[in-house]
Design a protein around this ligand. Structure first.
Ligand code: SAM
Length: 277
C-alpha cells in the first residue's frame, strides 16, 4: 500500500497545516528510520535543529491558544491555511502568503502605538484571511472596519465569523469583507488605519501602496499604516518602500514582546501620513 499523506482539513474543509505536526514528524520517522533525527542534526547543525524544534513547539502552543480564543468567541479564525486549493480573485495567487492570523496580544500591543481616539477612522485590513484582525479591531471605536481578501472560501468563513462573534467589549459593529485582489481595491475616502500582516510579495505591495498614495494625494486625510511581518522578513523591504513615498513619517514604537499566542515572532512598523505643507 502506498503511504500518501492526505492534507488535514479544518472544519470548513480547507487545508490547514497547523494540524498534524506530531503526526507528520512520526510518519517521517517511520519512513526514514529512528536514526533520522540524528542524521538531521548532523546535516543542519545543533543550532538550526534547536531552532526548528523551538519553532514547532511555539507553533503548537500558539495554535492551541488560538483555538481556545475561537471557542470562547464562537468563531473559526485559527490555522495556517494554504492558498493552493482555494478559489482566488485576480492574477496574484502565486504572490500571496498563507492565511495565518495576527494574535490577540500582538494586535492589542500594536494598537498602543496609535492615538486613542480613532472614532472617525476606517480600519482596513489588507488580506484579512478568516477575519481575526477585523474582530479584534471591533473592540476599538472605529467608524467602520473593512477586510479585503482574495480567497473566496476565507471570505465566506470571515463573514460567518462576523455574524457569530461574541464579545461584550465590542465597540464597532460596522464590519464587512470585500472579496477582491488587494491590488484592485480602492480605499474609502475617510480617515484610515491600513493594516498589513505579511499578506503578499513586494510587487503586489508596491501596487497597493501606490493606490493608497494616490488616494491620499487626491484627498488628503489622516492615515496610519501598520506593517507587521514575521518569518518572511517582509519588514525589510516594506519599511523602505513606505518611507520612499516621502509622505509617511515612521512613528517610534516599542519592540514587540514574544507573546505565547503568536505563531511567529513579529516585527512591526507604524507610519503616519504627513500632508504636504
Ligand atoms: C498572513 S495572512 C493575514 C491575515 C490577517 N490580516 C491577520 O492579520 O489576521 C495573509 C492573507 O492575505 C491574503 N492575500 C494574499 N494576497 C492577497 C491579495 N493579492 N489580495 C487580497 N488578499 C490577499 C491571503 O489569502 C491571506 O488570507
Amino acid at each position: 500500500m502506498t503511504n500518501i499523506e492526505m492534507p488535514r482539513l479544518d472544519r470548513d474543509g480547507i487545508e490547514d497545516r497547523s494540524f498534524g505536526r506530531f503526526g507528520r514528524a512520526w510518519s517521517h520517522l517511520r519512513r526514514h528510520g529512528l536514526l533520522e533525527p540524528l542524521r538531521l542534526v548532523y546535516r543542519h547543525g545543533p543550532r538550526a535543529s534547536l531552532g526548528f524544534i523551538r519553532r514547532n513547539i511555539r507553533h503548537v502552543m500558539a495554535d492551541r491558544l488560538a483555538r481556545e480564543w475561537d471557542r470562547r468567541h464562537g468563531v473559526d479564525t485559527a490555522g495556517s491555511i494554504q492558498l493552493a486549493a482555494l478559489t482566488i480573485a485576480g492574477p496574484h495567487r502565486a504572490k500571496g502568503n498563507e492565511a495565518v492570523c495576527t494574535s490577540p496580544k500582538t494586535f492589542d500591543f500594536i494598537m498602543k502605538s496609535l492615538p486613542r481616539d480613532l472614532h472617525d477612522h476606517t480600519f482596513v485590513d489588507i488580506g484579512s484571511g478568516k477575519s481575526r484582525t477585523l474582530l479584534l479591531a471591533s473592540r476599538y471605536s472605529f467608524a467602520e472596519i473593512i477586510g479585503v481578501e482574495f480567497a473566496c472560501e476565507l471570505v465566506e468563513i470571515a463573514r460567518a465569523n462576523i455574524d457569530r462573534f461574541r464579545d461584550s467589549s465590542r465597540k464597532c459593529r460596522a464590519l464587512s469583507v470585500v472579496e477582491a485582489d488587494a491590488a484592485a481595491y480602492g480605499f474609502p475616502e475617510t480617515p484610515l488605519v491600513v493594516y498589513f500582516y505579511n499578506p503578499f510579495s513586494k510587487d503586489v505591495f508596491d501596487i497597493v501602496l501606490k493606490n493608497l498614495v494616490s488616494s491620499l494625494e487626491r484627498r488628503p486625510r489622516s492615515c496610519f499604516v501598520i506593517y507587521g511581518s514575521s518569518s518572511h522578513r517582509a519588514i525589510d523591504w516594506a519599511r523602505p518602500a513606505i518611507r520612499e513615498t516621502g509622505i509617511f513619517r515612521e512613528l517610534s514604537v516599542r519592540p514587540m514582546p514574544g507573546f505565547l499566542d503568536a505563531i511567529r515572532p513579529i516585527d512591526y512598523a507604524v507610519f503616519r501620513f504627513q500632508a504636504a505643507a
